[in-house]
Design a protein. Sequence first.
Length: 256
Amino acid sequence: MKPGIIMFIVEGKSEEAAFGAIFERLFPRDLRPVFAEERSDYLTADSAQPERLVKRLEDLLYDSARRNHFRLEDVVGVVQRADTDGCYVPDSSVIQDDKAGRIRYDKRRIVTHDKKGIEKRNAQKSRNLDRLAGTEELLGIPFVAYYLSCNLDHVLTDVSNLPSKDKVRSAMAFAKKYWRQPERFVEFIGDPVVAAPGGYEDSWAFIREGLHSLARWSNLHLLFENTRGYTGEDTTVEETIRLVFGLTIAEDREEA
């Protein structure tokens, strides 16, 4: 297989700051990670209904190819990275507090001055995440979705309510800690403290249960677990794509 691109669809700049340099060293040299930013939580936008979601992502791929000057045929896989933001918790765990400023995520509840609004957001985001989890391709390109719960900062630093102004700086500090030894990042993200149990479909079933989508969990470890952790030197593009976008989903379905 000729050199290719693996696209990472993310919400903003923090993800590339945290993962960009690390991922470049974790994938084969001929497989270049490129980050496409939505610049917002598009999964909760009024226009982001499940039936329109795939089309929106396909448009993002076209736009990213144009802006980054590569051909869509060069993209060999697409990875969606999303925060859960507690979207699967029951409405009883969304607490009205008229004095609350910005939304606050605790271990067992979401505190907000707009309970109805957050309940509506949760319903929409959970439907959209379910749609992503069940999507296998975009424009004929293999696709897989991974979550960080309750958000990127929570998984990386165990702080779920980091001020917006500190997010990119925190992500850069995380990258500085791991980019020289990316195998340590694989160990970190695969630690049972944060790694959701089970394979791909099991990990999605897990995060939907109870209050798990408020807790510190992720299934991102599966991206590297199926490529034996550290792939940088001796794994081909073909093998990496087959493992990440083939076995990740297919093995679960064969066992079901």
